[in-house]
Design a protein around this ligand. Sequence first.
Ligand SMILES: *Cc1c(COP(=O)(O)O)cnc(C)c1O
Length: 363
Amino acid sequence: MLKRMRLLNPGPVTLTRRVRESLLKEDLCHREPEFSEMQSRIRSQLSTVYEGAQDYEAVLVTGSGTSAVEMMIGSLVPKEGKALIAANGVYGERMAKMLRAQSKAIEVIQSEWIRPIDFDRVEKALASSSFTHVIAVHHETTTGRLNDLHRLGGLCKKYNTPLLLDAVSSFGGEEICFQEWNLEALAATANKCLHGVPAVSFVLARRNALEGKPSAATSVYLDLHNAYEAQKKGSSAFTQSVHGMYALNEALEELRDQGGWRERHRRYSQHMQIVVEGMRELGIEPLLESEEASSRILIGYRLPSRARYEDLHAHLKRAGFVIYSGQGKFDGEIFRVAVMGDLGRGDFEELIGEFRTFLQKLN
Ligand SMILES: *Cc1c(COP(=O)(O)O)cnc(C)c1O
């Protein structure tokens, strides 16, 4: 029997037995027709997770979520283009860093990490200058904030500017509106809300942004158009993670069998409610202005006074839970709890019990 670790970090997630067992399938060369079929199946399943994505093509890349994000913005933002980036956390800032590294022109509308995107400044920028793309993070995992994409996407529509979205920690667990948000492409990964293993990530891009369009990639490996051309023919530009794809294929079938993203969202919401109510009762303060500002996937809390993160983490780990620390300036100030993966009500009730024990010991 494997020890059951309950991962409350934002990916990789606690695997279901079904996905874990898929890793034990037969060895397979990525140049064989069986692989080609599986890759095509995964690509078509990815474009049907959400309604409204018929005109989008999934392009797979072997690498963590960051590789898909870099592949997306690197290949789609033209060399002579200019992108407007709305950033309120590590992941928005990372995309600015990527485009700077590629010497592409950007304007960053920066907000404090605990603040929402500054939509007024975004609108002013869009009204006064011309941008080839707007770039943002859907669920900013740094704080757990679900950015208001209805508002940002509405601005992209109004100013007729295509949106490139980091949906790495929301794809499969939160609503995504492809048409209404003027979405040109999003990037996501197998090992967060889709419940696969870390190995494979992907870009879902409008077919007309891929077909017959030159790639703006400054990287050989992360060239979206090159990868698309190969995958369209049933091939792949480089060696793919065969086992990662076994797991993603199984995870996508499982998602479908369980009722799709809406059902997964509903389940996450139920578990998040247990966390929210439990923490409230224990007097642990949410990081954002309200719990409703958070996604239903991950929530950030301020460390209780006198508690050290290391002690809290160690206490919970002994009970079989792994929580997540704060990044950057939040290190040692906050902790985060994600509800992704194969977890149930009982796990979250037990988690709250462990927090109670920890606080009792502290006092
Ligand atoms: C997890 C995550 C990423 C990718 O991180 P990797 O470590 O490369 O998997 C990108 N953006 C967001 C919002 C994320 O949560």
